[in-house]
Design a binder for this molecule. Structure first.
Ligand SMILES: [Cu+2]
Length: 172
């Protein structure tokens, strides 16, 4: 019998005497033993630990993702003004999309929905102002008939990031 063999025998009997409550303690004792067999067990244990961590992280529910709406809806070399429908998600602290592109003469049909707290939108230079209660769709329709950038912002105080809740309509 090798010395290693004796150590294993002795320690296994020791482990057997300890109640289940000390399962973890037993594991650590085993992990501290320097024999080949225990080293193998240690590897298996660590592999299982890594696998369970991976399994757990795979099980965490995915974040609810709002599909990113188009920010560039000014495609086309079509002639003539168009009607541009925009679906906008409003939340602390952003409008999505935050940039809306259009051409002079286009009509924008902007449908907005706040998904967290009450917000509002104001586009001063285009005369647009709309409260946006939670979970209610609100639509404003307006025509853009001059070139330029027309900033909009949240018009209802909604928290610490309220002032950074901005966007713009870019008319070419
Ligand atoms: Cu807001």
């Amino acid at each position: 019998m090798s010395v290693n063999g004796l150590i294993i025998k002795r320690d296994y009997s020791y482990v057997n005497k300890i109640s289940d409550d000390y399962y973890l303690v037993n594991l650590f004792i085993l992990l501290a033993l320097p024999t080949k067999q225990v080293k193998t067990m240690k590897r298996i244990f660590i592999a299982l630990l890594v696998l369970s961590v991976i399994a757990l992280s795979a099980c965490t529910p995915p974040e609810v993702q709002v599909p990113p709406p188009d920010t560039s809806l000014n495609a086309s070399n079509d002639t003539g003004p168009k009607t541009i429908p925009i679906n906008m998600i409003v939340k602390q602290y952003s409008f999505e999309p935050s940039i809306i592109n259009a051409k002079v003469g286009d009509t924008i049909v902007l449908t907005m929905k706040s998904i967290d707290v009450a917000h509002g939108i104001t586009i001063p230079e285009l005369g647009v102002s709309q409260d946006l209660p939670v979970n209610e769709e609100k639509t404003v329709t307006f025509k853009v008939d001059k070139k330029g950038e027309f900033p909009f912002r949240c018009s209802v105080f909604c928290g610490s990031g309220h002032r950074s809740m901005t966007g713009k309509i870019v008319v070419e």
